[in-house]
Design a protein around this ligand. Structure first.
Ligand code: XMP
Length: 199
């Protein structure tokens, strides 16, 4: 793990909550059949997905839920380009309206892979939803159907997103600033309560 700070909050907790509520309403308006299959991409989407499905319940959706565990990043900040399936779709999506939910759309490889897998499994319609859309390094031509926030070309953590398995618990989304200083990054990781990192 490289020395870094996570002091710059990009999306505070209240902003995320309001946008997720709006996004759930958008999805519900565009989904006449409430019997939707929702496939979350682990691990990064779990916090977003948990909030999104509870908001979508208020808007009348009753999704069946499943998860894929896909791996493309190793422990670092650059995609390896190769997607490994650590857990595949188990739910029967044949003939069903299916929504793939991920944390962030970056090169596009993960979302394109997951959408193709749902189509292979016979889903009637496959749409995609991401918390963050980072278009700067897109390698695969894919556009998400639903996006909570556009994201600058920075490595971001929090609200489910990690750096080396840390920071998924942050209630907000922050940019990681990599430094050359010799401060112990474990100590930096510990200094991240709301009072120390104002939104
Ligand atoms: P691709 O490149 O396949 O990437 O579109 C999607 C997956 O890459 C991870 N990713 C990130 N994770 N901060 C993270 O914590 C980031 O800034 C970031 N960019 C990409 C993420 O797991 C996502 O599912």
């Amino acid at each position: 793990m490289r020395p870094h700070h996570i002091e710059r909050v990009l999306f505070p907790e209240d902003v995320i909550a309001r946008r997720v509520e709006e996004l759930a309403a958008e999805i519900a308006r565009a989904t006449p059949d409430p019997d939707l299959c929702v496939i979350g991409i682990l691990r990064g989407s779990f916090v977003f997905l948990a909030d999104l499905i509870r908001c979508s319940h208020r808007h009348g959706l009753r999704p069946r839920l499943d998860f894929m565990l896909l791996h493309s990043y190793g422990g670092g900040t650059v995609s390896s380009g190769e997607i490994r399936v650590l857990r595949d779709i188990d739910l029967d999506v044949r003939g069903r309206d299916t929504l793939i939910v991920d944390d962030i759309l970056d090169t596009g490889r993960t979302l394109a892979f997951a959408a193709a897998r749902a189509r292979e499994r016979g889903a009637a319609r496959v749409r995609t939803c991401v918390l963050l859309d980072k278009p700067a390094r897109r390698a695969v031509p894919i556009t998400a159907d639903f996006v909570a926030f556009p994201c600058p070309d920075e490595f971001v953590v929090g609200y489910g997103l990690d750096y080396d398995s840390l920071y998924r618990d942050l209630p907000w989304i922050a940019a990681v600033t990599f430094t050359d200083d010799t401060r112990d990054s474990t100590a930096i990781a510990a200094a991240r309560s709301p009072s120390e990192v104002p939104p």
